[in-house]
Design a protein around this ligand. Structure first.
Ligand code: NAD
Ligand code: DAU
Length: 350
């Protein structure tokens, strides 16, 4: 069956893996990748698929209401997979309103365009990609299930929680066919080096301090990004409309233990003496309002749709380290403002 799918945020970390999976696996689908190319978006992430006949890049901002309405009218999408967002918690603490604008207003504008353009609801779907951070922070025990009440605690998670509520409100009020997933921390290739794992890899390589927030005792549940993309694929095709699904790695790590593991892997890869990289660990001031622990119970997704993570963490981390060591040029590009400007110009007229 042919479908016309709008993927938002496809030039970012997770979005680029989702776009690649859909373009390769479903040649009968047409994939439009709408992305504003903020600092986090990089069309280079999709070099391998950009010439495919079933792929189209669309530069644009989800907060531009008239642009989005025109796009829906002219393209006639029958589904949306919405990933575009401001995604970094530390940035949300510095500039919360940017997160309200993109994550809340941008999502509402997309929902409204879908509502106005999808007169016939049969065969339509709005898939919203969200985070486990909407559930707040766990203590030493317990897991987030789909029934856990929302308790967002950072401007980022508050903006994502708000967008989740809008998605469900459009379903209940207007009958918009929606599905949603809330995922734990992803890791893998093309992850912007402001986030813990790629930042540490880059700093270890360059012999720079490894900034561990607080005592490093906060816990995150890590999932390989390709496994998240596979979950999105199965939920998009088989998930029940109006439902939400938790996605997680069953893979909890204290930050400090994870950083030590990375140091050990990097010592081997770089031919350093055992323990050499760990000397770079530097404890720094804690993140404000730092959530202690996230852990996802993904039983519903496993039982209903048969999804489970495919990769052991140590293996995934080693693959990730290898990718960063082989792609220093990518790191240099994404960290260079002039490179971003260059690409903004490249895509300005598309
Ligand atoms: P990212 O920051 O790597 O990518 C975000 C993308 O959105 C970028 O390409 C950026 O250019 C684009 N974008 C930002 N503002 C835009 C706007 N106004 N209009 C159009 N495009 C815009 O983010 P990510 O880590 O890939 O996360 C993708 C989605 O998945 C987000 O919704 C995030 O909340 C969610 N999520 C992320 C994780 C994670 O661990 N990274 C986990 C669970 C859920
Ligand atoms: O749980 C899903 C969320 O995971 C996503 O919704 C977010 O988009 C994504 O950015 C991620 O949020 P985190 O805040 O958990 O990820 P981050 O990589 O920023 O931090 C992971 C942990 O590491 C967190 O406890 C803070 C800590 N940290 C982070 C950085 C960048 C450090 O100790 N030092 C650092 O330099």
């Amino acid at each position: 069956m042919s479908r016309k799918i709008l993927i938002t945020g496809g030039a970012g970390f997770i979005g680029s893996h989702v776009v690649r999976l859909f373009v390769n696996k479903y040649p009968e689908y047409t994939i439009g990748n709408l992305d504003a190319l903020t600092y986090a978006g990089n069309p280079e992430n999709l070099k391998d698929v950009e010439a495919r006949p079933n792929y189209k890049f669309i530069k644009g901002d989800i907060t531009d209401e008239s642009f989005i309405n025109q796009l829906f009218q002219s393209e006639g999408f029958d589904a949306v997979i919405h990933l575009a967002a401001e995604s970094h918690v530390d940035r949300s603490i510095m500039d919360p309103l940017a997160f309200v604008k993109t994550n809340v207003l941008g999502t509402a504008i997309l929902l409204n365009a879908a509502r106005n353009n999808w007169k016939e609801k049969e065969g339509k779907l709005f898939y919203h990609v969200s985070t486990d951070e909407v559930y707040g922070s766990l203590g030493e025990t317990g897991f987030f299930t789909e029934e856990t009440p929302y308790d967002p605690r950072s401007p980022y998670s508050a903006s994502k929680a708000s967008s989740d509520h809008f998605v469900m409100a459009y379903h209940h009020t207007y009958g918009l066919p929606v599905v949603m997933s809330n995922c734990s921390n992803n890791y893998g290739s093309h992850h912007f080096p402001e986030k813990l794992i790629p930042l540490m890899i880059n700093n270890i390589r360059n012999n720079k301090p490894l900034p561990v927030y607080g005592k490093g005792e906060n816990v995150r549940d890590w999932l390989w990004v390709n496994d998240h993309a596979a979950a999105i694929d199965v939920i998009f095709h088989k998930g029940r409309t109006g439902e939400k699904y938790n996605v997680g790695g069953f893979n909890e790590w204290k930050n400090i233990d994870l950083v030590h593991l990375l140091c050990r892997i990097m010592d081997k890869k770089l031919g350093r003496a055992d323990g050499e990289s760990a000397k770079l660990i530097t404890y720094v001031k804690d993140r404000q309002g730092h959530d202690l622990r996230y852990a996802i119970d993904a039983t519903k997704l496993n039982k209903e749709l048969g999804w489970k993570p495919s990769l052991q963490f140590e293996e995934g981390l080693e693959k990730t380290v290898d990718w960063y060591l082989e792609n220093q040029e990518w790191i240099d590009h994404v960290l260079s403002g002039s490179y971003q400007q260059y690409y903004q110009q490249q895509y300005a007229n598309r």
